[in-house]
Design a binder for this molecule. Structure first.
Ligand code: PNS
Length: 170
């Protein structure tokens, strides 16, 4: 690698929606690398709560304090996106040993496909139980998710769920 090339890393994920756990990993990666690309997977076969554009907008807003972070999206293989972006490393947060099996397989597959390296970053224990699905489930049933997601995400979750809730009395 040319020494003058910026050191770039990709933080890939579904981010439906971004949680404080994701944000912690992105922020820590931004202190280790010159540039962080947060890459949102566009998965046509899996319908999420938020659209891709909504997820990207929330990510851009909550990462605006980090000048070296940008948000993008990708379809298909992560290795192809990384090659197109000139990136050789991805960062993934590991919350607990239960994440490890799946993450190790993905990392080994990606390395085999193109030599793409995966660095695992231990999640801050404050966030080790957090996942986007848990957040959506708690929010859906009226639980308070505000300690676990940025304020604007909590607001948009509430608005999205209200929009989807059937109205009484038709
Ligand atoms: O936030 P998630 O859902 O745990 O992120 C998973 C993600 C997006 C990193 C992973 O599913 C992915 O990279 N998908 C793209 C398709 C791909 O490259 N598959 C092969 C990886 S082994």
């Amino acid at each position: 690698m040319n020494v003058s090339e910026p050191r770039r890393v990709v933080c890939p994920g579904s981010f439906d929606p971004v949680t404080n756990g994701h944000l912690d990993i992105i922020g820590r990666a931004s202190r280790l690398y010159d540039e962080v690309i947060v890459a949102v997977l566009v998965n046509e076969s899996k319908h999420g709560l938020f659209t891709n554009a909504e997820r990207m907008r929330m990510l851009s807003e909550v990462t605006s304090e980090f000048p070296n972070v940008r948000v993008d999206s990708f379809r298909g293989l992560l290795v192809d996106f990384c090659r197109d972006q000139g990136v050789r490393v991805v960062v993934r947060g590991l919350r607990a040993v239960t994440d490890f099996d799946y993450e190790l397989k993905m990392a080994q597959m990606n390395f085999g496909l193109s030599g793409l390296e995966t660095l695992f970053m231990p999640t801050n224990p404050l966030y080790s139980f957090l996942s986007s699905s848990l957040i959506k489930d708690v929010a859906k049933w009226g639980g308070d998710v505000s300690p676990h997601v940025p304020a604007l995400v909590a607001e948009r979750l509430e608005a999205k769920l209200a929009e989807l809730r059937p109205r009484d009395g038709g």
